[in-house]
Design a protein around this ligand. Structure first.
Ligand code: IPE
Ligand code: IPE
Ligand code: MG
Length: 254
């Protein structure tokens, strides 16, 4: 018997079967400021470099045929930051929406934006609407940017809509179920999040997609967003495919 035959781990039968790719990947793109500061650069340089990672991740998801990719760009709590940093983020966002337009079209991405719109500058809203309009018929990955987004804010908004619908007689009180709530979230057209990635090492969700993350598989990495490589995204996806997703039940065969 040679060494190979004697090791059951090497036999074809024991190669773990990989599950399907995630339909929906959501990412907390964190660690921009720390990445820049540790290199003696201002925090905003980390945000600027982060755009390259956004491009790589959306390209990879397109190639893999992922249905939806949601990126946390600005939380409803991020307004607490210094005005200078916020001004830069708005400028960067506007520039992204204009300069990446040809690539969004080439990759057939369909842009969607979730979060509040009333606190964003008009110029950002204008470019956002234009890219959403242009890409609306694209059949590829849905690229969902969470901007001025907060999970609690989204659920509160849905609760108000439910209240209005019941008061107006469009919905009965007993018709309020999980689907009715889901239908009133920004993400009503998207599948639940399958894989949530957070860069920058923090083990928290920071008010991101609180409802949609219910059974998401988590991948937290110390790598900061500006240096997050394609190889690590692929590793996170491969690891996701090896997870035993039980959704509260038991493993197959148990
Ligand atoms: C994430 O990076 C980007 C935004 C929140 C806009 P940070 O700016 O939070 O970077 P760190 O976490 O301070 O390093
Ligand atoms: C989460 O990162 C928000 C985004 C990445 C846009 P934060 O840096 O705001 O999160 P906390 O403050 O560390 O929880
Ligand atoms: Mg942070």
């Amino acid at each position: 018997m040679n060494a190979k035959e004697s090791n059951p781990a090497d036999s074809a039968d024991s190669v773990p079967k990989l599950g399907p790719l995630p339909d929906h990947i959501a990412i907390i793109m964190d660690g921009n400021g720390r990445w820049a500061q540790s290199r003696g650069m201002p925090r905003i340089e980390g945000h600027r470099r982060g755009v390259d990672t956004v491009r790589m991740v959306s390209e990879t998801c397109t190639e893999l045929g992922i249905e939806a990719l949601t990126l946390y760009c600005l939380s409803s709590e991020n307004w607490k930051r210094p005005q200078q940093e916020l001004d830069f983020l708005m400028e960067l966002l506007e520039r992204y929406l204009v300069e990446e337009r040809p690539l969004i079209m080439e990759q057939q991405l369909r842009l969607q934006v979730i979060g509040r719109r009333d606190r964003l500058p008009d110029s950002v809203i204008k470019e956002m609407n234009e890219t959403i309009r242009l890409s609306a018929g694209n059949p590829g990955t849905k690229l969902v940017l969470a901007i001025d987004y907060g999970g609690r804010d989204e659920i509160t908004r849905a609760a108000k809509q439910l209240c209005d619908d019941v008061q107006a007689g469009r919905l009965g009180r007993d018709e309020i179920d999980e689907q009715a709530i889901n239908d009133r979230l920004y993400t009503h057209n998207l599948p639940d999040v399958d894989l949530m990635i957070r860069t920058g090492g923090e083990m928290r969700v920071s008010n991101f997609l609180l409802w949609q993350l219910s059974y998401a598989e988590l991948w937290v990495t110390e790598t900061c967003w500006p240096e997050f490589p394609r190889s690590e995204l692929e590793r996170a996806i491969e690891n996701f495919r090896s997870r035993d997703r039980r959704f509260g039940g038991l493993s197959v065969g148990q």
